[in-house]
Design a protein around this ligand. Structure first.
Ligand code: PDD
Length: 287
């Protein structure tokens, strides 16, 4: 059997998986999503992603489409049916389908649920981590609720394209005060001159990354110092190391910012150590 997707209660061939043209996710980005890394067929860091999904839905007054237990079963069935062991699971929940009107449907509609599973070459991802990646900076231009994981990702998509055209892997948004907020699909970190870790606090307008949260625990357990405060691109260039975190990249060393070399231009020991510690922890938290 080839690739399959879950769409509103049914598993269908991926190539034929469709949603209605008046799905509010399609018309208004009125939808939220989650991405889990898969390790050995299990949903990594599972709990954190479920908790954030529930929060994102609640912030938009979209009901959970089913219980967390039922959703877990469906996600795991999707993984099994796609025969993927290493990869990513994508879940999207929109408010549902209704005749176009900006305000919410007056008659309640059922949230629309879509799940896709994508295989991933773990060895290639390890090789990329060992090489390190470049990032470019771009002015912060997103709305004020980046704490909600919505599919309203046009600024992120444009920023990522800018990175790709510059031969970089990620774009870092920079706010009006000159501080990095986060990446287009990751959180941003440095290891400063004193060897302390630094990442932006979540009072800022950023997504509270689950990888970020778990890594904070890992860092504290390893006895390392971490400060949740912002840094500028210049500080990243002057830092010993820089890296990004996310379900797609895990912990990915950054070796250049706008073409300026970070540290000695190679992935640093702290980032590489945290990558393996994170993977160990995410596997322990996988279901
Ligand atoms: N992106 N910041 C943004 C804007 C993100 O889109 C993501 C994740 C993160 C990291 O969050 P987490 O550690 O929970 O994955 C931070 C996912 C992977 C995506 O859009 O594909």
């Amino acid at each position: 059997m080839g690739r399959v997707a879950y769409v509103n209660g049914a598993f269908v061939p991926h190539a034929n998986a469709t949603v209605h043209i008046e799905d509010r996710g399609y018309q208004f980005a009125d939808a939220v999503y989650e991405v889990w890394a898969l390790f050995d067929g299990k949903l990594a860091d599972a709990e954190g992603h479920f908790a954030r999904l529930e929060r994102s839905l609640s912030e938009l007054s979209i009901p959970m489409p089913m219980s967390r237990a039922a959703l877990t079963l469906v996600l795991k069935a999707a993984v099994r049916r796609n025969r993927v062991r290493e990869g990513l699971v994508y879940l999207q929940v929109s408010r549902g389908v209704a005749t176009r009107d900006h305000a919410f449907p007056t008659k309640p509609v059922r949230p629309a649920v879509v799940i896709t599973v994508k295989g991933f070459d773990r060895a290639a991802s390890e090789a990329k981590a060992a090489r390190g990646v470049g990032v470019v900076t771009t002015p912060e231009n997103r709305w004020g609720r980046c704490d909600i994981k919505t599919v309203g990702l046009l600024p992120n998509a444009l920023a990522k394209q800018k990175a790709r055209e510059a031969g970089a892997a990620e774009a870092w948004f920079v706010d009006d005060l000159g501080f990095v907020t986060e990446g287009a699909s990751s959180n941003a970190w440095i290891v400063d001159a004193n060897g302390s870790l630094r990442t932006r606090d979540t009072n800022a307008n950023i997504l509270r990354g689950i990888t970020r949260d778990t890594l904070l625990d890992v860092i504290r357990d390893a006895g390392l110092t971490v400060n949740e405060r912002p840094f500028t691109p210049d500080e990243a260039v002057a830092a010993k190391e820089a890296f990004i975190t996310g379900a797609g990249t895990l912990v990915q060393p950054v070796i250049a910012v706008d073409g300026r070399v970070v540290g000695d231009g190679a992935p640093g020991p702290v980032a590489m150590r945290l990558r393996s510690l994170y993977i160990e922890r995410a596997k322990a938290l996988a279901i």
